[in-house]
Design a protein around this ligand. Structure first.
Ligand code: ATP
Length: 204
């Protein structure tokens, strides 16, 4: 099995930005958020079960998930959230493994926003790479990217692992407060380290 890195970080920390830099080294990126989106798009693999479990009112006219409605339904309702995840998580996992089996190259990267919160993903990867930045940086980025209020961003952040919890689960950390350290050299250094680790793992 290909050596696997799990890339994680809080909302707006820079996971996609950093995954794109690894991709410039030819590394396969498997983005679980993109998979989650694809399986709830029109004709997506999760849609029949969502329709069955939640009803037609959660399906938009084009056959995709009515995201706004579902967000409202699961917000603060753990049972509904668990029911949704019971449908989506196994499909995301299956699709991720299918993509991993096809991946070429010395190692691959799974981008998993809630990796630290998920025991199964932590077990699946050989190393956990955390994208770290100040909470204020996350808030400013998401406010500007999504036109959210500070309160909306904070409401999402309190539902995620804390910065300290993420850092304590990390094997490697990228500092994405750009005033501290530029990104490309950090990615280059980790890429070199991962090439070595993947080669060692191959030899065992
Ligand atoms: P999400 O969890 O919300 O999907 P993410 O962790 O994938 O976010 P990105 O989408 O990479 O984060 O970055 C969030 C926003 O911050 C984007 O608009 C991105 O362009 C910007 N951003 C990320 N890193 C930097 C940086 N080093 N310098 C400037 N802008 C950045």
């Amino acid at each position: 099995m290909t050596y696997a890195i799990g890339l994680t970080g809080g909302i707006g920390s820079g996971k996609t930005t950093i995954a794109n830099l690894f991709a410039t080294h030819g590394i396969t990126i498997i983005d679980t958020d993109a998979i989650a989106h694809a399986i709830t798009a029109p004709g997506g693999a999760a849609m029949p079960a969502i329709r069955r479990e939640f009803g037609d009112t959660f399906v938009a006219p084009d056959g995709s998930l009515d995201r706004a409605r579902m967000r409202e339904a699961v917000f603060g309702d753990n049972l509904a959230k668990t029911r949704l995840e019971a449908i989506t998580h196994p499909l995301i996992r299956t699709e991720s493994e299918r993509a991993a089996a096809e991946a070429e190259g010395p190692y691959l990267i799974f981008v998993v926003p809630l990796l630290v919160e998920s025991g199964t993903w932590r077990q699946r990867v050989q190393r956990v790479l955390v994208v770290d930045c100040a909470e204020e940086t996350q808030i400013a980025r998401v406010m500007s990217r999504n036109h959210f209020t500070r309160e909306q961003v904070q409401a999402i952040m309190v539902r995620q692992a804390t910065r300290a919890q993420r850092l304590s689960a990390a094997d490697d950390v990228i500092d994405n407060d750009v005033q501290h350290a530029p990104l490309a050299p950090q990615v280059d250094r980790l890429h070199a380290a991962y090439l070595k680790l993947a080669a060692q793992a191959q030899g065992n």
